[in-house]
Design a protein around this ligand. Structure first.
Ligand code: ADE
Length: 273
């Protein structure tokens, strides 16, 4: 996979050299190219922004530097053999970035990121490139960052760990929280490793039982418990067919019951601990 990032803060992307993404690069799974947007400015001050039409606070990133930057980065990519680019524009106004979208992006051969500072990029830029390639406007959460660079790091890490061979164990992301299939729509429960006793704290005995069925059941109950606490919306939205008899017992103990449409809802008010 080829990644290009055009930014006014190239050094912000330095973490792409380390850890998992760095490993993917070292193994040749990922080619990363970071470009300074100001290279494509023509004035003495290297201006990339201007005041918004229609008034209002803040500044808007200008069309010309972005257009010239993207044209050249795309041309250079094609020249070095890359094909089928997709433009990824991080913005709080984008569609939510989910595991499903990470899986979709991980299948693409070439991602071109356009992180904005200020109030965003002049709309005509995304419109223009949308005529030539898929454009993904993505938000990494319901909060406003000072710029899209941190979102590029988030998306890149989520995508890179899905590339074949990067995680080592092909099964490693099958049970991820939010992974399509298997434990879909439940958060993962707690995990433990050696030593078996730490500061007087034992690990749950069932994990030492060697009884795979009981361990799987315990993990499922833990996942249900954690999901009801931290993401009740996932339980409320879940297709009731996803819950087996034992799930239903566990949910009932946790204070949840099926409503008239079969979907689960809370029966008891939250108890503070
Ligand atoms: N830029 C600023 N805030 C953002 C967010 N929440 N997601 C993606 N890009 C952003």
């Amino acid at each position: 996979m080829r990644l290009d990032v055009v930014t006014i803060f190239p050094e912000y992307l330095d973490p792409l050299n380390v850890s998992l993404v760095g490993k993917a690069r070292a193994h040749g799974r990922l080619g990363v190219h970071v470009h300074d947007l100001r290279q494509w400015t023509r004035d003495r001050h290297h201006t990339v922004d201007d005041t918004p039409y229609g008034g209002g606070p803040g500044m808007v990133m200008k069309t010309e530097p972005w257009g010239e930057a993207l044209d050249q980065v795309i041309a250079d990519g094609y020249e070095s053999g890359a094909r089928r680019p997709a433009l990824v524009v991080p913005t709080p106004s984008g569609r939510p970035f989910t595991q499903e979208l990470a899986v979709e992006l991980s299948a693409r051969p070439w991602l071109l990121f356009a992180p904005a500072r200020y109030e965003g990029i002049d709309r005509r830029v995304t419109e223009e490139y949308a005529t030539r390639m898929p454009v993904y406007e993505v938000s990494i959460g319901d909060y406003v960052l000072a710029g899209g660079e941190a979102a590029v790091l988030v998306v890149t890490e989520a995508v890179a760990r899905l590339l074949p061979g990067v995680l080592g164990n092909a099964e490693s992301h099958r049970d991820d929280s939010f992974a399509p299939g298997a434990m879909a729509d439940l958060l993962e429960g707690p995990v433990y490793t050696k030593p078996p006793n730490w500061r007087g704290r034992d690990i749950p005995e069932v994990l030492l039982s060697g009884h795979h069925g009981r361990i799987a059941r315990w993990r499922r109950d833990q996942a249900l418990d954690r999901t009801t606490r931290n993401r009740p919306d996932l339980i409320e939205r879940a297709d009731p067919a996803a819950f087996d008899k034992k799930d239903r017992e566990t949910l009932s103990i946790l204070g949840w019951a099926p409503g008239p449409d079969g979907r689960f809802g809370r029966t008891a008010p939250d108890v503070e601990e």
